[in-house]
Design a protein around this ligand. Structure first.
Ligand SMILES: [Zn+2]
Length: 596
């Protein structure tokens, strides 16, 4: 049972990671005598049944045949970190062999089940998938989700299928994958393989096509159009912050902006599933699943801020264009700054290119990112090191986006300037996609390869600038790079801050320094993020009105006496209570005519 123990360990280890949930069957042939593997072709048929009155379950039937073996393992290989046992995901399961004879399932551990089958042509697996799982704010493939009016289902999270390696080792080809829906009358389907049908035959019939798919079923409004020659379908659920036409227009603009950059990208069809359903804390999140894009927005969404949501659509669509090649780089955490930071840069740049925002507004967005870098407690850390801590440290996570974005902005300008408009950051992206497309190379982009591309594009003269931007000299290098391209950075005074605290975090029963301006006198005097404020000038404080009361009558330049709690230890501090937020404004140097 060594192999089983190993798989068990592996799956347990993966529960700690943020990656996608994938359930599949390992097929094992335990009998040495059974050398005649029953056929080199296999079919997978799925019935997906959704009952409106049962919002907690999606009922599935998988028929897999011909089954050449009599022993199966059911394992969850990847998990996004919140699921403790396989039975949380699959609360009901029964497996039938020949003659619909039900077989026993042995549960070896939380993530590994074992089944002995009578030799059979087809195996039938009836199971239920739990749809009530906590939603992750991490940008990874989610579990199925449904409410009274719709189902959303990343295909990889719900379909059981044979182990890919087993199929390859035994030269078994998948002949057919069929998905059939049994859904409430008024519902329609919106899937990566088409919309408004009850049955889909996947083409090509491969596990990759199956796992990359995205499925929606519910009262979708589907809008079809073309971007150049590319058929696009946008499926929208629920009433969003803007009319459908506006959402469709933004998706179209974002695809056009990406299309111009990656016009060699072999996409045959684009499917975007847009929902306004999730009450998760992040405002927008999405992912590129094969040829699909999924965009979710929070329920608490502020309709006045549509431009921010527009930026999210541009962000996700940029991931979509380059995702197949470079989001694989996320397996190397030290590259997250590249996948996320550069994508953030392109969300703004492509909005400007599409005419959705002005150049002035574009500079404002970048100024905000630079301000975030400057305020961050980890601003000196290299992009590699903050990327490495992406999942472990909130401020590192935020910094990978803002710092990566600023790096791309600076190099974009530098390239335009040095090569008189013949090169820009697009040259870097194109070169990476030419050289390191995952689908061709079957290996992930490494940091060395990325550096190699930068060297090729920037040349000997400019490459050191990239190195300084990605290492510890970021702040100084950013300023001088911009200056050499005709832009200056103006420091301005933002809102008044108590103890330099920019953000007191989500409401709770204590007052916490969630985010502190790195430049503030309080930071310099020793106050740190995560510190809990207990007392100010002998007043107990629990919320912001308490803080105001405690500070009443104090002069601007005076210091206050604080009792704080840090890692369960109480500490006394005397620190300036008052400061103004450090902000920056990027703008063109006046009388600089050569800069376009
Ligand atoms: Zn992203």
């Amino acid at each position: 049972m060594n192999a089983f123990a190993k798989i068990g360990q592996e799956t347990n280890r993966m529960t700690k990671q943020a990656c996608r949930l994938l359930i599949y069957f390992f097929f094992l042939n335990l009998s040495a005598a059974e050398t005649d593997i029953g056929g080199d072709k296999m079919f997978l048929d799925y019935d997906v049944r959704i009952k409106k009155e049962n919002p907690d379950r999606i009922l599935m039937t998988a028929r897999i045949g011909p089954i050449p073996v009599n022993h199966l393992l059911l394992a969850m290989t990847q998990n996004y970190g919140r699921v403790e046992t396989l039975s949380e995901i699959i609360p009901e399961i029964s497996i039938y062999g020949a003659g619909r004879k039900s077989v026993e399932i042995k549960k070896n551990n939380e993530f590994l089940w074992e089944v002995d089958l009578p030799v059979s042509d087809t195996v039938c697996i009836d199971y239920a998938i739990n749809t009530r799982h906590p939603y992750t704010s991490l940008n990874s493939v989610r579990l199925p989700y449904r409410d009274a009016d719709h189902l959303y289902l990343p295909a990889a999270s719900a379909f059981v299928h044979p182990d890919e390696k087993y199929l390859a080792d035994n030269k078994i080809k998948i002949q057919r994958i069929r998905i059939h829906f049994d859904i409430p009358d008024e519902w329609t389907t919106a899937t990566s393989w088409g919309s408004n049908r009850l049955a889909y035959e996947l083409s090509p019939s491969s596990l990759e096509t199956l796992n990359n798919g995205l499925i929606g079923a519910g009262c979708y409004r589907v809008h079809s159009f073309k971007v150049k020659e590319l058929p696009v379908e946008v499926a929208i659920l629920n009433v969003g912050p803007c009319p459908d036409e506006e959402i469709v227009r933004i998706v179209e603009q974002a695809l056009i902006a990406g299309h111009d950059l990656f016009n060699f990208f072999p996409v045959s069809r684009v499917f975007a599933l847009i929902q306004f359903i999730f009450d998760q804390p992040g405002r927008g999140s999405g992912n590129a699943l094969g040829w699909s894009i999924n965009l979710n927005y929070g329920r608490t969404f502020d309709s006045l801020d549509w431009i921010k949501e527009t930026a999210h659509i541009f962000h996700e669509i940029f991931h979509f264009w380059n995702g197949t090649a470079i989001s694989r780089a996320q397996s190397d955490h030290s590259l997250i700054w590249f996948t996320e930071g550069v994508t953030r840069f392109y969300q703004y740049k492509n909005m400007q290119r599409s005419g959705i925002i002005s150049e002035e507004k574009y500079f404002q967005y970048i100024s905000r990112e630079y301000t975030d870098v400057f305020q961050s407690s980890r601003r000196e850390d290299s992009l590699k090191s903050i990327s490495g801590d992406y999942y472990a440290d909130r401020s590192a996570m935020a910094l990978t986006y803002s710092k990566g974005c600023c790096l791309a902005f600076a190099l974009d300008l530098l390239l335009q300037h040095a090569f008189s408009g013949l090169k820009n950051f697009d040259s870097v992206m194109k070169k990476i996609l030419e050289k390191y497309d995952f689908r061709v190379n079957r290996h992930c982009l490494t940091h060395d390869e990325l550096d190699g591309v930068f060297y090729e594009i920037l040349g000997k003269g400019l490459y050191p600038s990239y190195l300084r931007l990605r290492n510890c000299d970021f702040l100084q290098e950013f300023q001088s790079t911009l200056l050499s391209a005709g832009l200056e950075i103006e420091k301005t005074r933002g809102r008044r801050l108590y103890f330099g605290i920019l953000d007191f975090g989500p409401p709770s029963d204590h007052l916490q320094a969630f985010k502190i301006d790195r430049e503030s006198p309080a930071y310099q005097a020793g106050l740190r993020e995560q510190d809990i404020l207990l007392e100010i000038n002998n007043w107990k404080v629990k919320d912001i009105p308490d803080v105001k009361k405690a500070l009443q009558g104090m002069k601007e330049n005076e210091s206050a006496n604080l009792i704080i709690e840090r890692k369960n230890v109480k500490m006394r501090m005397r620190i300036p209570w008052h400061s103004f937020e450090t902000r920056f404004n990027i703008k063109k140097i006046r009388n600089q005519s050569q800069f376009k």
